[in-house]
Design a protein around this ligand. Structure first.
Ligand code: HDE
Length: 727
């Protein structure tokens, strides 16, 4: 991996969080090796023994210190979101949001607020694959001048359950089964679908998790969502509701499921590596912060409840305003110290932002601090460098394991007179936080509002909004997952739920499972209180208020750039250097990353005797790690590639995963060695080339132009079913 870029660029204003972290960074460069107590070590190779063949001595404090520290290196992994990757960056608002919120970091476009962002999968362990079919966490810590604001979101805008009390059940169901700890980082097993099939409120989320959103091409190509409805409060103490969005500037893109499974074997760190390399190469990932603002008086205007986390607000009803930009520009120095020890908390807010009564959010407000106590070992985790705010901290909380702060003075209580009454409470005008004074007049009950009972309308809206290819992927994903479920009754129950979302979808999945399409229209909600009347808990059916919502389909995402796309170039000795250079230069000029792959490492000798360095050998790579493939001409190179089974497999697989593939006319022999040669017209014109993603040209400039346009399309999903090849 390339080394991390340390600074945001020459002349960039000092980042206050970077300065803060600097005090805790260490480098052994040009230094002596020492013990933890600063004693210089003379021999780190041999322990102290009674004779050179004798037993080790208890006296060896150097050995004991080293082994003891090693023995205690591990901490518990996160109970969920254990597998993650993170980066530093900054956030800038485009223009003041003062009319909606008094939050300081949302006022001044010239202010760069430092951030630390951690992306994660949910179900897998710390060492599991990046490409699991799963929700992705998207957690942003803003180090604002008023304290830390954590926006702890996901890459999907809704959630499985409506009430926090069900969260442990959901997670127990999706995690590996408790008797044998199988399967790792996968929802395709009985306990998950058992729970889901009894929990109709998860129907909408299931559509998202079974869609390609669950297998992103890159962490840099995912949307992010705050999920819950939050509240913004301005300086006049006027509130509005808000949904937070992150919109990636590179668009939202995913891989194919077959590809995801293969990446999991070839490079389980695929997303982590991609994020690291992009930042190290200066291709800084960017997202725009979007807000959907809902005036307080519109709280009950919609046919769904704003407090229900299984619902989104279609952008057609409330448009997303893009209000600022997040840029990630620095890799962490140390994975454990930063990425592992960062502690997010939904409850970390700043004046101008507040919570709502979403019952899922309310439970989260408890969980995040609580979990750090066990994970990070005590109440002082806020002092760990990555967690401490850049805003000053003064209070009367004291002591506890690993306390770092040396609080001075006699008083650790308030009010006091001995300490001059310090530290003072801050008035609102001085930035003191006050909770929004929402009026609540209610009975204390364990109940769920009837306005939470529509479980299907948005699941159907999501399905209807997908392209044909995306619908196929949903059918395939559900068939795969339920196909791995052993208990037929669970499969049947799930079909019953799908029937309420879309009858065609239910039939297609039922066909693949070899089961009849469910006939009954009623569904029993199994998630009800002991004394509940099942009939009273029937999900309600709401009249569709929208046929389709365009932003729900990734087919409508931006497809205008090939920046950071990885392009494989299959070449061998005798390659046509002129064609190769033309295409490489054109791709590089557009920000893509071409890599020459040859049968072996070292360099290849071109037809004109030029030595061209090889980036990877066929032994260590696979097509699934690339976005597109190019085969240049050159008689001997073409003959070698055409005769190399690994190269032909590479091409067939790239075709199967619907990627853009380009051949010099002089490399037709390679095309003819593939399975897909017979699926495409022999001499496609430019329009056909762009339609199919198969580019063939004798002119390297023309080839590069069409190839670039094709790579920007991301994938040619239309050819997936009709032109599938073995690979
Ligand atoms: Fe979390 N969640 N969660 N979650 N969550 C955690 O906190 C929890 C939920 C999310 O990169 C834990 O520090 C409950 C929704 C992210 O460090 C834990 C409920 C959303 C991360 C926890 C939810 C999230 C977490 C585990 C239901 C999207 C990773 C380790 C009431 C809006 C943050 C930790 C990171 C992590 C609890 C539901 C996002 C146990 C109880 C909804 C991105 O506290």
């Amino acid at each position: 991996m390339a080394k991390s870029t340390k600074k945001a660029g020459a002349g960039a204003p000092a980042d206050p969080k970077l300065q803060d972290l600097q005090a805790n960074t260490e480098s052994g460069q040009d230094q002596f090796l020492t013990t933890n107590h600063g004693l210089k070590i003379n021999d780190d190779q041999n322990s102290l023994k009674a004779g050179d063949r004798g037993p080790s001595l208890l006296e060896d404090f150097i050995l004991r210190e080293k082994i003891t520290h090693f023995d205690h290196e591990r901490i518990p992994e996160r109970i969920v979101h254990a597998r993650g990757s993170a980066a530093h960056g900054f956030f800038q608002v485009y223009e003041s949001m003062a009319s909606y919120t008094k939050a300081g970091f949302l006022q001044d476009p010239s202010v760069k607020t430092p951030v630390f962002v951690r992306f994660s999968t949910v179900a897998g362990s710390r060492g599991s694959t990046d490409l699991a079919r799963d929700v992705r966490g998207f957690a942003v810590k803003f180090y604002t001048e008023e304290g830390n604001f954590d926006l702890v979101g996901n890459n999907m805008p809704v959630f499985f359950i409506q009430d926090a009390v069900k969260f442990p059940d959901l997670i127990h169901a999706v995690k590996p089964e408790p008797d044998n700890e199988i399967p790792q980082a996968a929802s395709a097993h009985d306990t998950f679908w058992d729970f889901i099939s009894l929990m109709p409120e998860s129907a909408h989320m299931i559509m998202w998790v079974m869609s390609d959103r669950a297998i992103p091409r890159s962490l840099r190509m995912m949307e992010g969502f705050g999920v819950h409805t939050f509240r913004l409060v301005n300086a006049q103490n006027e509130a509005c509701f808000v949904k937070f969005h992150w919109k990636p500037l590179l668009g939202v893109h995913s891989v194919a499921w077959d590809e995801a499974q293969k990446i999991s074997g070839k490079d389980p760190d695929f997303h982590r590596r991609d994020l690291w390399e992009a930042i190290a190469n200066g291709d800084f990932p960017e997202w725009e912060l979007g807000v959907q603002i809902i005036p307080e008086q519109d709280e009950h205007k919609y046919p769904f409840d704003l407090l229900d986390p299984t619902k989104l607000i279609p952008e057609e009803l409330v448009p997303v305003q893009r209000v600022g930009k997040l840029t990630l520009n620095r890799n962490p120095d140390n994975f454990f110290a930063e990425t592992e020890q960062v502690a997010f908390h939904v409850g970390n807010i700043v004046p101008g932002i507040d919570f709502t009564n979403d019952p899922l959010m309310q439970g989260r407000l408890f969980s995040y601090t609580d979990t750090q106590l066990i994970r990070l070992g005590g109440p002082n985790f806020h002092e760990i460098p990555i967690n401490r705010p850049v805003a000053p901290v003064h209070n009367n909380q004291r002591d506890g394991h690993m306390r770092q702060t040396i609080n001075t003075g006699r008083t650790s209580y308030h009010p006091n007179s001995l300490g001059g009454g310090c530290p003072f409470q801050a008035k609102m005008a001085e930035g003191g936080f006050t909770s929004y004074t929402e009026r609540i007049d209610a009975h204390k009950v364990r109940q769920r509002s009837k306005s939470f009972f529509d479980h299907f309308s948005q699941a159907t809206l999501f399905y209807n909004s997908q392209s044909d290819a995306e619908k196929n992927h949903l059918t395939d994903a559900l068939s795969f997952e339920l196909g791995k479920v052993e208990t037929v009754a669970i499969r049947e129950r799930m079909l019953g739920i799908l029937f309420h979302i879309d009858k065609g979808l239910a039939s297609a999945v039922a066909y693949n499972l070899g089961l009849p399409v469910p006939k009954h229209e009623t569904i029993l909600n199994h998630s009800i209180p002991a004394d509940g009347d099942p009939q009273a808990f029937q999900p309600v059916h709401v009249k569709p208020y929208l046929d389709k919502s365009a932003p729900l389909s990734m087919a409508n995402t931006s497809k205008d750039s090939i920046k950071t796309r990885k392009v494989a170039i299959l070449a061998a000795d005798g390659v046509d250097a002129a064609a190769l250079t033309t295409v490489v230069n054109a791709l590089t000029a557009q920000g893509a990353v071409p890599e020459i792959i040859a049968p072996r490492l070292g360099s290849i000798t071109a037809e004109n005797k030029e030595e061209i360095p090889v980036r990877r050998s066929l032994l260590t790579v696979a097509s699934v790690l690339y976005d597109a493939v190019y085969v240049p001409g050159g008689t001997n190179s073409v003959a070698s590639i055409a005769a190399d089974p690994d190269a032909i497999h590479f091409l067939n697989e790239a075709w199967r995963h619907c990627k853009a593939i380009a051949f010099d006319e002089a490399a037709r022999q390679v095309l003819e060695a593939t399975y897909f040669a017979r699926k495409v017209p022999a001499n496609p014109d430019a329009a056909t080339q762009l339609e199919t993603g198969l580019i063939l040209s004798a002119n390297a400039d023309e080839l590069a132009k069409t190839f670039i346009a094709a790579i920007a399309m991301h994938r040619f999903w239309e050819r997936e079913k009709p032109q599938k090849v073995p690979a």
